[in-house]
Design a protein around this ligand. Structure first.
Ligand code: C5P
Length: 218
């Protein structure tokens, strides 16, 4: 295929979103934040009172998700839900419904549609392993859970939301465990992925590293 794809997978709060959008900007490519699709499905299920255990009903929501990305905003049925999607309760429910095969299947086409010229940077858990296995470059981003909890803590504080760092860390670890041990599309590096541990790296340094790798595969 002529449309180049760069994937960034990794655990919760590893910095995939920040890295993915910075790379998309630097390359002038489209950006797929696949976690937002799972989060939006979770939010829509919450609002409609559909329990996370009702796989068919949640998959139906995912298949008909009225989601649009516009001017840095995520719109669900026309309403800006960008902030609400970041809530811990939504993230936690997203990770539960993401373990349901019918829900994952329902979101495949929507994700593939992001692959358009001039290119795509896709971030998530299974971008390199399942959705875009032919990607020219696959990055697997990690950071230790202490760093990730502390970054998440800073983000929340800056939004005026109080949070306990130890409970954030416990939540991250629980979500990682669920993502790694599920039977469909578990979180793991693709065999040909480049590992990048950004625990001690600035965003700029991580972006430059990935752009060096990207140049090398062109
Ligand atoms: O990356 P983010 O925290 O926004 O993702 C929310 C949840 O959606 C994750 O915990 C994960 O369970 C799920 N997810 C997934 N596959 C993706 C992206 C996200 O299973 N490609």
């Amino acid at each position: 295929d002529r449309v180049p794809v760069l994937t960034v997978d990794g655990p919760t709060a590893s910095g995939k979103g920040t890295l993915g959008s910075a790379l998309a900007e630097r390359l002038g490519y489209h950006h797929l934040d696949s976690g937002a699709l799972y989060r939006a499905t979770a939010l829509a299920a919450l609002r409609q009172g559909v329990p996370a255990g009702d796989e068919a009903a949640v998959a139906a929501i995912a298949r008909a998700l009225p989601l649009r990305f516009e001017n840095q905003q995520t719109l669900l049925a026309g309403e800006d839900v960008s902030d609400e999607l970041r809530h811990e309760a939504v993230g936690s429910l997203a990770s539960q419904i993401a373990a349901l095969p019918a829900v994952r299947q329902a979101l495949v086409e929507l994700q593939l549609a992001f692959r358009r010229l001039p290119g795509l940077v896709a971030d998530g858990r299974d971008m390199g392993t399942v959705i875009f296995p032919g990607a020219a470059l696959k990055v697997f981003l990690t950071a230790n859970s202490e760093q990730r909890a502390s970054r998440r803590h800073k983000q929340l504080i800056s939004k005026g939301i109080s949070a306990n760092i130890e409970s954030l860390r416990a939540d991250l670890e629980a979500r990682d465990a669920r993502d790694q041990h599920r039977s469909v599309a578990p979180l793991r590096p693709a065999e040909d992925a480049r590992l990048l541990d950004n625990s001690a790296l600035s965003v700029e340094t991580s972006v430059d590293q990935v752009l060096d790798w990207w140049d090398a595969v062109q």
